[in-house]
Ligand binder design. Structure first.
Ligand code: ASN
Ligand code: ZN
Length: 282
């Protein structure tokens, strides 16, 4: 763990090594725990050793810049801002945000989905899926118990909203004077064509997000086990192209469900989920 001390030099000052005791900085401790939980889910559920699958050391920098309203994976490490306190709070407060950013690293080392348009929305969605699963794994929740929110607790008190995104009801996470309204669609009927946000990567991700939510809640139990396994198999299976569209991803989830579980309820749940969000499968 590193501390940027509100500067932008990375990685910054080392403040905690692996195996060191927790210190006084709650942000460092939360980031450390979130990285640990993410590592543990990928290892225990999917047999993956760290972000690259070969034990890549997981580095993170906290207190990045002044009033920095984001967190990101820079290709090599995690970076967390403290938020400005007006719109966003400390980005380490939501474990699913930590999982989301680290999952960008996993995607980078596997399918490496192009960060534009539908492939970019899939890249975003995969990060939301594993982010949500890391939170559920940490809390020991079943699909029915989970809130399916991304970034709950991250919005400052004055913002009218509950989270950054909702996988259960895309488009309902916030509706605020300053932040505007959550622009996410839940189905292809409301697909947003835009050049902003890399062609709507954080917008249209609502559609595959909702498909995962539907598949996972139809199956019930721990979402990281069967639904998560199918999504993980698609991400890492070598058949997902960098420029994959929603239909390509959806089709591969059917193939993965069949390969791992046969012609059972898993295949049925996944098929139905894509149907309900209006994504065609081949
Ligand atoms: N926190 C954002 C994300 O992970 C950073 C970005 O816009 N790429 O999507
Ligand atoms: Zn992202």
């Amino acid at each position: 763990m590193y501390d940027a001390r509100h500067g932008t030099d990375l990685p910054g000052h080392k403040v905690r090594g692996e195996g060191d005791e927790p210190g006084q900085d709650a942000t460092v401790n939360r980031a450390h725990a979130g990285l640990g939980a993410t590592f543990e889910l990928f290892l225990t559920a999917y047999g993956r050793d760290s972000i690259d699958g070969s034990g890549l050391p997981m580095d993170a920098t906290v207190h990045y810049d002044e009033d920095y309203n984001n967190a990101f994976w820079n290709g090599e490490q995690m970076v967390f801002g403290d938020g400005d306190g007006e719109i966003f709070l400390d980005f380490t407060v939501s474990v699913d945000i930590i999982g989301h950013e680290l999952a960008h690293g996993v995607t980078q080392y596997t399918a490496n989905l192009d960060y534009f348009g539908q492939s970019g929305a899939l890249n975003e969605s995969v990060s939301d899926v594993f982010g949500a699963l890391i939170k559920q794994y940490t809390l020991g929740q079943t699909a029915d118990e989970a809130d399916w929110l991304i970034g709950a607790g991250l919005l400052a008190p004055r913002v009218t909203g509950t989270a950054l995104r909702s996988m259960k009801e895309p488009g309902t996470a916030y509706d605020d004077d300053v932040l505007g309204k959550d622009p996410q669609p839940a189905t292809m009927d409301d697909y947003v064509r835009t050049g902003r946000d890399n062609g709507g990567v954080h917008i249209n991700s609502g559609i595959p997000n909702h498909a995962f939510y539907l598949a996972a809640t139809t199956l019930g139990g721990h979402a990281w086990e069967r639904a998560g396994q199918v999504w993980y198999d698609v991400l890492t299976g070598g058949e997902l192209e960098q420029d994959a569209q929603f239909t390509d991803f959806a089709t591969l989830t059917l193939k993965a469900a069949r390969a791992r579980y046969g012609e059972g309820e898993e295949l049925q749940a996944v098929t139905k989920a894509w149907e309900r969000v209006g994504v065609r499968t081949l």
